[in-house]
Ligand binder design. Structure first.
Ligand code: FAD
Length: 487
């Protein structure tokens, strides 16, 4: 602790909530014991760097959309209000580039607020790690300000769950189950700045200034269903308990059941609710044993497996080189296989493929900001099948996922797409064209699982686009044949 310090700063980046937040609670505790005020900071995403026109941007340079922006800013506004009620100043920083994040915090926070300690939360996303672990850590060391990191997102902190990248759920599961009860501790109440005089200068929340800084892409509209904040998340969870939990294990893979999956991923990923809270509530409820076990498997094991993958694959989690060697070799071997169908980015984006189910799934995510979990697997695998190479498929699927899905821009997206396209956490399957040993999925398999036609019917244009694309494909094929016979 820097004994000359005048404040404690909590850098709240991933877990944007004032309740059930171990990083904030720890920072509050330090402030109370040091008898200094607590301040909270958050770094807004800097403007994206220009990428070459023909290449799709990485996540750190993907422009924010109105859909994400409104949900994100709404969450910050709620946190600002709740902190104000507890007399805690909130600073939303606006660095002008990725490179300037640490110097912005240094000049606007470290020099002005003179913290005796800084507590940050944790994210395995590369650019956020660079902010926290790069130049900023060094500058804290130079100014003798200790920087503590608390994983407020995972139930079991990622570095305690495992000390290396895990092969899959089967190796992470026993490690987590062995220690999880130690971490399911009751959350204390956040007291804010109760311990200091009410003489803080509390800034007003200038939503217009933040919005204009973010300069979001208005072509991807926000969604009425997406109400930000912990209260909305809690209400959603309660509705899931009454409509979905009992059948979660048996029905969650059927996209025609709209009330079975929790739909909570945007709130969990934006840190508006803690999965630990959900897990404790389910345990306390003590009903629907199989549904509850299945929900905990997804929300605890699968979700924390994603963070494990990114944390221990920091440079390659979004590249083919992040895959296991068998998958890299197999994809490479089949990268030049003949593709029966190939589509441009635009054709894919506007749902113009010959596959009505795929078109419907794409319309779901583009128009509604979410795609059913089962369809996500099928959707990404078809992108592998219909683009010119696995590298293009990976970039394209990540781009759509992060542009349109409100729960995107999260480790789960990298791992979900990685599982589908490059076999992350999966095993090798029977070798076939294009896919190599990557697990294959097809339309007939979907038809065996659920009523495909019922799902497609919900999306106007999905079937019509498919018929038009198939007709065009057949025309082109006939033309090709004619050319061959004449030559
Ligand atoms: C191609 C592809 C892309 C994906 N992209 C994302 C993404 O961008 N963001 C995202 O959060 N998830 C993603 N997933 C994982 C999964 O599909 C979603 O987490 C889930 O559909 C979210 O809906 P829900 O909240 O109703 O989940 P529920 O079925 O109600 O599950 C409860 C919670 O468990 C977690 N969870 C569920 N399934 C998974 C899974 N397979 N892996 C990790 N955690 C899981 C989520 O936090 C979820 O909110 C992707 C999966 C695939 C195959």
């Amino acid at each position: 602790m820097n004994e000359d310090g005048k404040t404690v700063v909590c850098w709240m980046q991933r877990d944007v909530r004032t309740v059930d937040n171990w990083a904030l609670l720890f920072a509050g505790h330090l402030a109370e014991t040091q008898k200094v005020p607590l301040h909270v900071i958050h770094v807004l995403p800097p403007p994206p760097a220009q990428t070459q026109e023909e290449s799709l941007p990485d996540l750190e340079n993907l422009r924010l959309t109105q859909r994400h922006g409104e949900f994100y800013l709404g969450g910050l506004e709620i946190v600002h209000k709740e902190l104000k009620e507890k007399n805690v100043p909130f600073h939303a920083l606006r660095p002008l580039s990725q490179r300037l994040v640490s110097s912005t915090i240094e000049s606007q926070i470290v020099q002005q607020l003179k913290p005796c300690a800084i507590v940050c939360d944790f994210s395995p996303l590369r650019h956020v790690r660079q902010w926290m672990e790069g130049g900023f850590l060094e500058s804290c060391e130079k100014s003798s300000v200790p920087l503590w990191q608390v994983d407020a997102h995972n139930v079991v902190p990622v570095w305690h769950a495992a000390d290396k990248r895990q092969v899959g759920a089967r190796t992470l599961r026993p490690r987590i189950h062995k220690v999880v009860s130690d971490y399911l501790q009751k959350f204390p109440k956040f007291k804010g700045n109760e311990h200091v005089e009410k003489d803080q200068e509390l800034q007003a929340y200038d939503s217009d200034a933040l919005k204009s800084f973010l300069d979001w892409d208005e072509s991807v509209a926000s969604q009425k269903w997406a109400v930000p904040g912990s209260a909305a998340a809690k209400a959603k969870f309660e509705s899931f308990i009454s409509t979905g939990l009992s059948k979660f294990d048996s029905h969650r893979n059927d996209p025609n059941y709209t009330q079975i999956c929790s739909g909570l991923s945007p709130w969990v990923n934006h840190g508006h609710i803690s999965f630990q809270r959900l897990m404790m509530a389910i345990k306390k409820l003590n009903r629907y044993a199989t549904g509850s076990a299945s929900f905990i498997e997804e929300g605890l094991i699968r979700r924390e497996l994603s963070d494990n993958f990114l944390f221990y694959t920091p440079d390659d989690y979004d590249k083919l080189t992040g895959a296991a060697q068998w998958a890299q070799d197999s994809l490479e071997l089949h990268s030049t296989d003949q593709r029966e169908y190939t589509y441009s980015l635009e054709e894919l984006e506007t749902s113009k493929t010959h596959d009505d189910l795929w078109n419907a799934a794409q319309m779901q995510v583009v128009n509604e900001g979410k795609m059913h979990g089962f369809l996500r697997m099928y959707w990404a695998k078809k992108i592998l099948e219909w683009t010119e190479s696995p590298a293009v498929a990976l970039k394209t699927a990540l781009y759509f996922n992060d542009k349109y899905a409100l729960d995107g821009r999260d480790p789960n997206g990298f791992v979900g797409v990685g599982w589908s396209i490059m076999g992350i956490h999966d095993m090798g399957w029977k070798e076939r064209e294009i896919f190599g040993k990557i697990r294959f999925m097809n339309y007939a398999g979907c038809k065996r699982k659920f009523k495909v036609a019922d799902f497609v019917k919900r999306y106007k244009g999905a079937a019509e686009n498919a018929a038009a694309a198939e007709a065009e494909h057949n025309r082109a094929k006939r033309g090709q044949k004619r050319k061959l016979t004449h030559s």
